[in-house]
Design a protein around this ligand. Structure first.
Ligand code: ADP
Ligand code: MG
Length: 333
């Protein structure tokens, strides 16, 4: 049997029980954005790991080493953010083919170090080995979160609002623009490529949600809104409704869709690598969270509701309803 027959998540479900050896100190193992471990009276420790593979996640000729180093760390910080945590320490492993120069690796570390400094994260170890083909960078990050504030995927409630902490679709549109060699205005190209190559993890946004007391569940959008929302739904045992009318496409997407003829909604729903947070919010707190965010200069968007049942629906602006299929990224499908 090949991985493509069961998919990435089918595989994870099969191997998860094999890791369940010693329960002591483990609050949550495989299945959320981070593993959650007992730390002390008041806090949990978070651990997460993510890797980037040449030709699968990035192309050497489209990214600078600084950008790649920054992104490799950022995607891990995003998983800490999804649990409402503060990142602490990172461990970095490199698989390096012969063609890579030391100067390139140093530049990679400069990029990583800059993002590490921005989020006050130490780089404390790792491993370096040779590769017969592609370059791979694997990062693990630890973090901490107050026990009363931790955000899981499986605790959304029917009636909660569905909130995103930033724009969706920019990274996927950037990738498509580059892949299809689409020509767009310079500010559009710059903004889309920055979203794709140097995503900013929403650590502060995650802390704000966690501290508010109104956020009931969260995940970060790495595979795409439809796929990551499905995780929240399945794990919380709920259905979701997304309202097209509540989704305001970023201006860059509107401009690019003019050039490509593509509906911006495709990038928004299925794009992926957005690294914003997707959260469930108690109806009593949604207005306050939106107001607080805008006072802070951030644009959170309320785009739907969790409801009883299963599955996901897109409520079109004309009132018609279409089933929303998880159309985001699965490595093996
Ligand atoms: P994320 O996109 O948030 O990083 P993933 O979809 O990669 O999460 O993984 C989902 C869950 O499965 C996480 O808890 C992750 O640690 C776990 N996981 C993924 N791959 C493996 C693996 N090969 N072995 C053990 N656990 C894994
Ligand atoms: Mg995640």
């Amino acid at each position: 049997m090949k991985l493509k027959e069961i998919g990435e998540f089918g595989f994870i479900d099969r191997i998860a029980p094999l890791g369940d050896i010693r329960r002591t100190g483990v609050v949550k193992g495989i299945g959320d954005d981070c593993a959650v471990l007992e730390y002390d009276e008041s806090e949990y420790q978070l651990v997460t790991t993510d890797l980037l593979v040449e030709r699968v996640h990035f192309r050497m000729d489209w990214t600078t080493p600084e950008q790649l180093g920054s992104k490799a760390l950022a995607v891990n910080l995003s998983d800490i953010a999804a649990c409402g945590g503060v990142p602490y320490d990172a461990f970095v492993s490199l698989v390096v083919p012969d063609r890579i120069e030391v100067e390139w690796l140093e530049a990679l570390y400069r990029g990583m170090s800059e993002t590490a400094r921005e989020f006050d994260v130490n780089l404390l170890g790792g491993d370096t080995t040779s590769s017969l083909s592609d370059f791979i960078i694997s990062v693990a990050v630890t973090g901490r979160v107050p026990k009363s504030e931790i955000l899981y995927r499986n605790t959304a409630r029917a009636g909660d609002y569905i909130l995103v902490t930033g724009p969706l679709g920019l990274s996927a549109a950037g990738l498509e623009m580059k892949t299809r060699n689409v020509d767009a205005a310079e500010h559009v190209v710059e903004s889309l490529m920055a979203s794709h190559l140097t995503p900013k993890p929403h650590v502060r946004e995650g802390r704000m949600l966690a501290r508010s007391g109104f956020c009931t569940a969260a995940i970060d959008v790495s595979d795409g809104l439809s796929s990551d929302l499905r995780h929240l739904c399945q794990e919380s045992g709920l259905a979701a409704e997304i309202y097209e009318a509540s989704i305001e496409p970023p201006p860059e997407l509107i401009e690019l869709s003019r050039v490509t003829g593509r509906n911006p909604l495709e990038w928004i729903l299925n794009g992926g690598e957005d690294y914003v947070l997707l959260a469930a919010v108690d109806p009593n707190g949604i207005d306050k969270l939106l107001d607080d965010a805008s006072e802070w200069g951030r644009r959170f968007m309320s785009i739907g509701r969790f409801v009883e049942g299963s599955g996901m629906n897109l409520i079109r602006s004309d009132g018609s309803v279409t089933a929303l299929q998880p159309g985001g990224w699965d490595h093996f499908r």
